[in-house]
Write a protein that binds this ligand. Sequence first.
Ligand code: NAD
Ligand code: LMR
Length: 342
Amino acid sequence: LRASVAVRAEKQNKEGLERCFQPQASFKVAILGAAGGIGQPLSLLIKMSPLVSALHLYDIANVKGVAADLSHCNTPSQVLDFTGQAELGNSLKGVDVVVIPAGVPRKPGMTRDDLFNINASIVKTLIEAVADNCPDAFIHIISNPVNSTVPIAAEILKQKGVYNPKKLFGVTTLDVVRANTFVAQKKNLKLIDVDVPVIGGHAGITILPLLSKTRPSVSFTDKEVEDLIVRIQNAGTEVVEAKAGAGSATLSMAYAAARFVESSLRALDGDSDVYECSYVQSELTDLPFFASRIKIGKEGVEAIISSDLQGLTEYETKALDALKPELKSSIEKGVTFAQKKE
Ligand code: NAD
Ligand code: LMR
């Protein structure tokens, strides 16, 4: 009897697992920088998605082992590895979503803009290959400084004649994830319910959480607003300092990027109720790129949600005015770099 119960339990367990691991769609995702601190856990999280049929892992080194390791997980997607510039083009053929966490991370004392000199060139090279091999894919840019790397990508895509502003996204999901976590902790709310839109950009004061738009509606004292905004704006630095020279946020970033990938895949799969914050080409302000809540559909950005910017508090209005010069100059720096003749 004991043996037959065990067999039945094993069968039920197997059937349950099979249901979880049945493919529900067959999208292809490429990760450029897949062997890195973000790339590895991000690849693992995307390998768990039932919406993915193929995962293309690209890096300049060490990606073979990551792919071999990951390929043993019994989820439906096939894992393929691509190493070095010669294999970059092939890593991008036929993919629906390209995620770019390639580049160097900060060390204590650095700003994200200090990464510009190295990461701008990396992003430029990768986007040239995206333009040549999968110009219709959704492009998710994680590499810092995001405020500049997204405008660089836009310029390169324009030069190649394939720029579609609806399909280029700067990944700012980590700011939302952090805002949700810190607000839930401070106000003793159930985490799953909390949603704070974060607008502007992804560096220092350009990160502007709109606490007044928190859902569910919640009131904050002036001190709480000040403390929360400073904590959210400095959360990246908090991790950089805690890691003491060993890099910046990787695990929380992988979690946030996987959420943004999953949202994009759901939208591509026809879900008509997908909203995320992202740094995109925008007419919401006088700046050409701006992070806000967007609706994502099969063709990319379907709508930019303007209602969050109405009825801001005095604090938020001032913070919005204050962030614009820095964001403008980061955008211009990216555009100038991309337009420079070699
Ligand atoms: P990491 O150094 O651990 O990994 C980066 C990976 O990129 C490495 O595997 C490296 O080999 C690879 N790489 C370097 N040059 C490349 C190229 N030309 N082509 C392909 N791959 C290349 O760094 P990390 O911690 O994973 O961070 C990566 C980037 O993400 C950094 O710029 C960091 O600032 C940024 N970041 C952004 C956010 C965000 O919210 N947008 C959050 C965290 C980190
Ligand atoms: C973050 O917000 O964690 C990233 O932008 C990495 C960094 O340098 O802070």
